[in-house]
Design a protein around this ligand. Sequence first.
Ligand code: NAG
Ligand code: NAG
Ligand code: NAG
Length: 182
Amino acid sequence: MDASFLLLLLALFSITLVTQGHAGGYLGKEKVTNLHFFFHDSISGDHPTSVLVARPKGTIVKYGNLLPFGTVYAIDDPLTEGPDLNSKVLGHAQGLYVSAGQDKRLLVLVLDFGFTSGEFNGSSLSVFSRNPVLETDRELAVVGGRGKFRLAGGFAELHTHSFNTSAGIAVVEYNITVFHYE
Ligand SMILES: *[C@@H]1O[C@H](CO)[C@@H](O)[C@H](O)[C@H]1NC(C)=O
Ligand SMILES: *[C@@H]1O[C@H](CO)[C@@H](O)[C@H](O)[C@H]1NC(C)=O
Ligand SMILES: *[C@@H]1O[C@H](CO)[C@@H](O)[C@H](O)[C@H]1NC(C)=O
């Protein structure tokens, strides 16, 4: 055996070790979890959960004053067990949404869904997705997570439960299917 062959063997062996180390050290078996909750977003009233951060210069009103193209909101929205805002709080969705449609009301979300109760208390899911809010049913991409949701991937199915456009209050039902490790 010459030296380069030995080096190659050594390199292969250490790659195997590193791979096993990752799987064994951090991750368990893959599993699928379904989550169900209601998301409450309020852009007005005494305690808005969603605040305007920036809007475009000048007036660009193609589809009304609610969320015109170019506006950016920061949110901290409660996630509850039922459609009633007073039902049990399961966590909060925090982050940004950008109104990113020129001709139709469409948001792009960059959100962390952090859970504060039950099995996933302290863990969170990362959502980065377009959200055509005017369609009653839509789907978002779940691109990652923290805690028990490390390396998570999946999707969220959304259904608008109610949308009071004059008050700017939306209640959205979420069913999330997420693949992650135990
Ligand atoms: C969630 O975890 C935090 C921090 O560990 C703890 O203080 C809190 O009591 C937990 N909440 C529930 C509902 O288990
Ligand atoms: C969520 O799943 C439940 C149970 O399967 C179903 O009744 C409900 O319509 C679903 N909602 C959404 C938004 O997918
Ligand atoms: C929308 O919200 C406003 C202000 O809170 C309220 O007066 C109105 O009744 C609500 N509309 C519906 C359809 O719930």
